[in-house]
Design a protein around this ligand. Sequence first.
Ligand SMILES: Cc1cc2nc3c(=O)[nH]c(=O)nc-3n(C[C@H](O)[C@H](O)[C@H](O)COP(=O)(O)OP(=O)(O)OC[C@H]3O[C@@H](n4cnc5c(N)ncnc54)[C@H](O)[C@@H]3O)c2cc1C
Length: 405
Amino acid sequence: MTRADLLVIGGGPAGAAAAIRAAHAGVHVIVFEKGPHGRDKVCGDGLTPRAVAALEDLKVDLDPAHRIDGLRMIAGRQRRELSWATPGRFPDHGAVWPRNRFDAHLVDAAVAAGADVRFEVEALPVIEDGRVTGVVAGGETFTAPLTILAAGAQGAAAKALGAVRDPDEPFGLAIRAYAETPRHADRHLEACLSLRDEHGTAVPGYGWMFPAGDGTVNIGVGALSTMKGFKKLNLNTLIDQYAAQVHDEWQLGPFLDKPKAWRLPMSSVRRHGPGWLAVGDAAGFINPMNGEGIDYGLESGTLAVDRFLVHPTTAPATYDQLVGERFDAFLRTGRRFSFLIGHPYLLRTGLRVAVGTQTAAEITLAVMGNLIDNETPGVAGRVLRVADAVLALADPVLRRTRATG
Ligand SMILES: Cc1cc2nc3c(=O)[nH]c(=O)nc-3n(C[C@H](O)[C@H](O)[C@H](O)COP(=O)(O)OP(=O)(O)OC[C@H]3O[C@@H](n4cnc5c(N)ncnc54)[C@H](O)[C@@H]3O)c2cc1C
């Protein structure tokens, strides 16, 4: 039996952030990652200014990332080019960083800080009398006062802990591929908000072109489970249609690999218990308004360790409270929003308003990117407060009338 101060299941951004923070503080932390070093993760690879701030807080060197200055928002014939509207709280830029390199960079930073990272080892929690006492990994038992579940979209380790998706809440599905383009060094992300499936049904979600600065662009499409016909939605057809739509403007080469799809969890019925807590996707921390999860993984992983450093035994409960204060209200508004745009008429009307003017589009970008909060002064903060209140009122109706099929 091996003893450690802290165990982490999963070496994605959330687990690596926890390991970096812990190792910087001199904690004996062991990370178990079932994939190899440099494993890929299906993702858009986009980092918002909020994620850049979280990386800077962890003292991660951002030089290898491709810098992004803003977003081009497209809805029908409307097209708006926006700079990141970050009223002082966050840096004025984001980034694109392909996940095989980004995640390797993060775990390397954790190792450099002193973390023990073990690759190609699956870990499962050991539960004794309702308390997580450690993990079993590679036939060996490890014990620690706290185990962090950072295993991504819920799998076997999460199931063992009851950290599963709330069946009444929405989730997302998205697919991505890489392709060569002469525009690989563009400094704007591009998002097409007016997607339609092959039957012409409006899809609540978006198609993206995220230039990676390495000769390629990450191209993808994502949809929310609140849309009618979601179960029959063919993501491969959707990405092919989208690629055809952007082909000429981007002089897009063929896909370099077969498009790959994955889930975006947006809820969890449990995210802590005696001896354990969940961070990142394992806790359902994905922003339903834009599919962003890297930042929430980095922030929750860091916050979890900050609570652990105060006291390992009380960390699960205090973490749950603090992370709730930071994220729950916003993510709840996001989930309500996803029921709203699951109604095609409301989606079309909303899009007209959201990108109708440059100012409206700037506010949309700030709200969707979680770059403002209820306390933010000015129009954007007011819009968020009103949206919160209206969505709270409309939520029961929107859920009841949700499209099925
Ligand atoms: C198509 C798509 C596009 C996306 N685009 C973006 C985007 O552009 N920007 C953004 O911010 N977010 C995006 N997201 C969301 C983002 O990918 C996730 O939110 C993010 O990866 C969460 O990080 P994580 O560390 O919680 O989980 P993950 O990155 O999934 O890492 C979890 C790790 O745990 C490992 N693991 C799992 N179980 C075990 C086990 N039992 N033992 C050991 N290891 C285990 C896995 O191998 C994995 O490496 C996208 C998601 C999808 C599906």
